[in-house]
Design a protein. Structure first.
Length: 149
């Protein structure tokens, strides 16, 4: 809905803090994502790609660069997990490769040749990131518990 209504006309930006995000809260959406199975992650990336592709089509390409960048990252994750990095080089998909940051471009090129190795590296990086988040949440929770009467 934000994409749709934002594309329909003028929008405004309020340059001040208007809300508080529950960053680091173990019950937040971001925390819940680390418990997703591989299949749930893949489904999430596919939905994200479909949403941005539909919006790109709906807007008749007016926001093509924004859509390409928004599609490129979940497409990267999806291609690495499905060991299908060559998908970036199929007809119509090269614009998504171009929208990736340089490090991810290099990763994709390596993944074309070394599918399993790059998947293991990717999974290891995700695991380390998730473990660091969990440790951070545990520290934050311990500090919060100390402050309670």
């Amino acid at each position: 809905m934000l994409l749709y209504f934002g594309s329909m006309g003028r929008t405004a930006y309020v340059d001040r803090v208007m809300s508080c995000y529950r960053r680091g809260a173990f019950t937040s959406y971001s925390a819940g994502r680390i418990r997703w199975s591989r299949e749930e992650r893949i489904a999430h990336w596919q939905r994200s790609i479909e949403t941005w592709s539909a919006f790109d089509q709906f807007s008749e390409g007016r926001y093509k660069d924004v859509c390409s960048e928004a599609i490129a990252i979940p497409m990267f994750d999806l291609c690495i997990n499905k060991q299908n990095a060559v998908q970036f080089f199929q007809k119509g998909n090269f614009r998504f490769f171009n929208a990736l940051p340089l490090r991810k471009k290099a990763y994709i090129l390596a993944a074309v040749l070394f599918k399993k190795t790059m998947l293991r590296l990717y999974e290891g990086k995700i695991k380390r990131y998730e473990d660091s988040l969990l440790q951070s949440w545990k520290r934050d929770q311990a500090e919060t518990d100390k402050m309670r009467p």
